[in-house]
Design a protein around this ligand. Structure first.
Ligand code: TXE
Length: 480
């Protein structure tokens, strides 16, 4: 069985303990490779390598850093199909989605930050009398990047690229559930000539390897994406150590559909925003609120489209929805469908586990599920499910829509469908979310800030925000 290796000090190596974990393919339920079960001794090796590499890397010219990041991007692109197959096999997502979204976006992350860092500037404030204050932005040193399983390489590189571009050395941990593309990235970094120790990828469990990163006193900043409960734990450990923290956590995003919207577009995009990547994107809309006047029409059209989605082998071109990422996560999603029924919800579509044939007999599949008739305050409408489950709820007024949309503890993203410009501005202002899409979903310019409010996290990623996060601002005041 193939053994994934850690990437420490420029080398692919075994974990110190020589212990490994099983890596499952969710579409088949079979183990297909082994992941290092790393611990604090592997993190220690990685930190030592990163500390040694830092003085040179942080002083490497911007153009040289840019060239290496571009080489990494080119290296992924050259091996595109290998990455696409690995991302789909690890996560269960359709191959065509990994090809259209995940891997191209990982390439863009490196290209974007290779370029962005050339244009990153800082402020200067002249005082009367000729004294000048200027802001010196310096890399932090050794930083930690921890990413989840839903968009494995996409989110991993979204953190690593700005950290490296700004001159930091990185200790990165992908999710233990989806480690393979991070492993492939290690091999690309070696091919691209990234100096040893600049990036170290250490695999393993969250509570062990991840926790060792959080606790390490010489890792000065943590960029994390994952569940809200994990985020709380990380903050509890890292905050008293005064580490810089960026936490991108869960969501329970609202889609608000007003009667005057472009109906066909709203239905089509709401299906996409609910079920893309099996509903396992933190930006997926999982609560759809529809203005009463078009509720029945919307419901009929929406359910018809959802029933037409094909759940199947991720490798097949015709598959719209692949496998749920793990057995444990499948049980969690199914338990919420059961809860929805107990809370009085009516299942309009799906609501069941699917048994596929042949290669996928042992895989984890759930039919795309639409539920109506639930009070907006019930658990199904309040808690993050993070799977192919969406609720439909009618509303009478804009105020009522906002009350329901804002009733959850989360505040990551939202979509609003309306042709009324004033309403679009008003609702965008009042909705409690870090991202508001009006008449679209998942469109994003990489220069914009990304992140949530409330229990969806603290800090912002993207564009300048990420480069500010990965640098310390020092004010230098020179008296004339
Ligand atoms: O994520 P975890 P899990 C939500 C979703 C899901 C729930 C739990 O609702 O059902 O979170 O998922 C690492 N110190 N999201 O348990 O545990 C872990 O190894 C340091 C939303 O799979 O948060 C992995 O690399 N690291 C989310 C990463 O954290 C730790 C995407 C995320 O795993 C750690 C994923 C610790 N103590 C799940 N414990 C989104 N918003 O995109 C775990 N990890």
């Amino acid at each position: 069985m193939e053994k994934i290796q850690n990437y420490i000090n420029g080398q692919l190596i075994e974990p110190v303990s020589k212990k490994y974990l099983d890596n499952y393919e969710p579409a088949t339920g079979q183990v297909y490779s082994l992941v290092p079960d790393s611990d604090s001794s592997d993190i220690q090796l990685a930190v030592e390598a990163a500390k040694t590499a830092f003085p040179l890397w942080s002083k490497t010219g911007l153009e040289d850093r840019m060239m290496i990041l571009l080489k990494i991007a080119d290296g992924i692109e050259r091996r595109l199909e290998e990455f696409v197959a690995a991302e789909s096999r690890d996560n269960g997502k359709p191959l065509k989605l990994a090809r259209a979204m995940d891997i191209p976006r990982a390439i863009s992350n490196f290209r974007f930050y290779a370029s962005a860092v050339q244009h990153f500037s800082s402020e200067s404030h002249p005082m009367p009398g000729g004294t000048v204050n200027y802001t010196l932005r310096q890399p932090i040193g050794v930083v930690g990047c921890i990413s989840p399983w839903n968009l494995p390489l996409y989110l991993f590189t979204w953190k690593i690229a700005p950290a490296l571009a700004t001159g930091n050395c990185v200790i990165a941990k992908p999710s233990e559930i989806t480690p393979y593309t991070a492993y492939l990235l290690s091999t690309v970094c070696i091919e691209a000539g990234l100096p040893a120790g600049v990036l170290n990828i250490v695999h393993g469990l969250g509570g062990k390897t991840g926790q060792a990163i959080i606790e390490h006193p010489e890792i000065k900043a943590i960029s994390f994406t994952g569940g809200t409960e994990t985020g709380k734990r990380i903050a509890a450990t890292a905050a008293p150590m005064f580490k810089k923290l960026s936490l991108e956590l869960g969501g329970k995003n609202a889609t608000v559909v007003f009667a005057d919207c472009d109906f066909e577009e709203a239905v089509k995009e709401s299906v996409r925003s609910s079920f893309s990547n099996q509903g396992e994107i933190c930006l997926c809309g999982s609560r759809i609120f529809v203005e009463r006047g078009i509720y029945e029409k919307f419901k009929t059209a929406f359910v018809e489209k959802v029933k037409a989605l094909k759940v199947g082998d991720p490798n097949e071109q015709s598959t719209d929805q692949g496998a749920i990422v793990s057995l444990q996560h499948k049980q969690k999603v199914l338990s919420y469908i059961q809860l929805a029924k107990e809370e009085g919800g009516e299942v309009l579509s799906g609501g069941i586990e699917l048994q596929l044939k042949d290669r996928c007999t042992g895989g984890y599949f759930i039919a795309p599920t639409v539920i109506e008739g639930l009070d907006y305050k019930c658990r199904t409408q309040q808690e993050e499910i993070f799977g192919p489950v969406v609720t439909l709820t009618p509303f009478e007024t804009e105020d009522e829509a906002l009350t329901m949309a804002n009733s959850v503890k989360y505040g990551l993203a939202s979509s609003i469908w309306t042709n009324n410009l004033k309403q679009a501005h008003r609702v965008s202002e009042k909705i409690e979310a870090g991202i508001v899409w009006v008449n679209c979903w998942l469109l994003r310019d990489l220069r914009t800030p990304f992140g949530g409010v409330k229990a969806s996290g603290v800090g912002r990623e993207g564009g300048w925000e990420a480069m500010k996060f990965f640098t310390e601002a020092k004010n230098v005041c020179i008296k004339a």
